[in-house]
Design a protein. Structure first.
Length: 425
């Protein structure tokens, strides 16, 4: 087990409970990330997608779970390819996985080539201007680190149109293109019978087959479960790695990954007819015992989980029993109705469970009026973080940048081959 070195003094001899106690001396809550569960989820997805390669999407700090810790654990498990959103995310991950292929989904902008080359990562190119600028950089410097081509098959967000992709086929098939992947993204993969899935599959299969010798990728987490035709050469699971259900029309095949606990800072009693929280929207219908918890919407516990006199809100686990939120969630605090617990079952300083013990990320997302992705990526940085599993036994130390003199030299220009057909205007 290891923790974020900024937060919990670490000893290999400390139990989970001892680590949590140390954390709570300075923090109101503990977020525990089970790296072994992430590895198990990745292996399940890998097995489902065989013979396709199974990569890992670790953008947004691995969906809030810690990109460096997650990428290091998955790399040890055999994952060779990772996807992030920005160059800065790639830079952070590169120190953890020095040999892996890292794709940056945010694309290529002029004058960013040196940044890609310095950490040996690959842009996902979704526009003809990007492709032309990337081509200029590679020819000017001799860089051959690779890039992906993103083709839009229905999302209408990023990617070359089918016509634009068709137009660059002669350029790609002429060789010396440096394209290592062609990819698209599914619109409604979580809906098994949505006709858009078949339409996108047909469009992508048709265009990808013309990129001679270039591996293809279409399936996200849910897309993997649409079957072999969607899996191509590489699959790109994201949320499923972190326990979010990729098959919401069926039971969740993934293991839970995060456990979130927060501290009771006060126990108080209110009389029948008194209100609780901002706006006085929740009224006690009986003499009520409340536990005030040190977490709020600033910590990613959404205000939408509030309750009022007409609507029941989210629940937390207190002393092994589900107890409802009472009143509005505020920035730093929530009130929980613990009237039905035995006397002294909950005390100041005790931990309550916000995620875990049967409360899933997807359940919380339902109360928040959103999806599990947003729940995970919204978990704030005011929690102490504990990482367990993944062969992690030391505090994780951030990689130190080498002095300028020790940086690898820029790639030398190479002799240019005969010019291939130009890019279309």
């Amino acid at each position: 087990m290891a923790s974020d070195p900024k937060m919990i003094p670490q000893s290999g001899l400390l139990s989970t409970e001892a680590n949590q106690a140390a954390a709570l001396a300075a923090y109101g809550g503990v977020l525990t990330v089970d790296l072994d569960a992430i590895i198990a989820n990745w292996r399940k997805l890998e097995k489902t997608a065989v013979p396709a390669e199974c990569s890992a999407v670790i953008k947004a700090d691995a969906y809030g779970c810690g990109a460096e810790q997650v990428s290091r654990a998955l790399s040890k498990a055999g994952c060779r390819t990772f996807f992030v959103a920005t160059i800065e995310e790639a830079r952070k991950v590169r120190g953890a996985v020095p040999e892996a292929a890292i794709y940056v989904l945010g694309g290529y902008f002029q004058n960013t080539g040196e940044h890609y080359a310095s950490i040996n990562c690959r842009p996902v190119i979704g526009d003809l201007n990007e492709l032309a600028e990337w081509d200029v950089f590679c020819r000017r410097t001799g860089w051959s680190g690779g890039a992906a081509i993103h083709i839009d098959t229905g999302m209408n967000r990023l990617g070359l149109t089918l016509a634009e992709a068709q137009a660059i086929i002669p350029r790609i098939n002429a060789g010396d293109h440096g394209i290592t992947l062609v990819m698209s993204h599914l619109v409604s993969a979580e809906q098994l019978n949505n006709p858009v899935n078949a339409k996108q599959l047909a469009a992508f299969r048709g265009i990808a087959s013309e990129f001679s010798g270039v591996p293809a990728a279409l399936a996200n987490s849910s897309g993997i479960f649409l079957g072999a035709p969607f899996q191509f050469d590489l699959v790109r699971p994201g949320a499923a790695l972190y326990g979010v259900n990729p098959t919401p029309e069926a039971d969740n095949p993934m293991l839970p990954v995060v456990d979130l606990k927060a501290r009771i800072v006060q126990i108080r009693n209110v009389e029948r007819g008194e209100t609780v929280g901002y706006g006085g929207t929740w009224t006690a219908r009986r003499p009520t015992k409340l536990a005030i918890i040190a977490v709020g919407y600033a910590d990613g516990y959404f205000r939408a989980a509030s309750s009022n006199d007409g609507t029941r809100g989210a629940e937390v686990i207190v002393a092994g029993k589900r107890c409802p939120v009472a009143g509005r969630v505020s920035m730093d605090l929530i009130a929980i109705d613990i009237s039905d617990l035995p006397p002294n079952a909950a005390r100041r300083g005790h931990l309550v469970t916000l995620i875990g013990e049967g409360i899933t990320v997807d359940e919380l997302a339902h109360h928040f009026g959103t999806i599990g992705y947003e729940v995970l990526t919204s978990l704030g940085h005011r929690y102490a973080r504990i990482y367990k599993g993944g062969n992690v036994v030391e505090p994780l130390v951030k990689p130190v940048q080498a002095p300028a003199a020790e940086q690898p030299p820029a790639p030398l220009p190479i002799e240019q081959p005969a010019s291939p057909p130009p890019l279309p205007n």
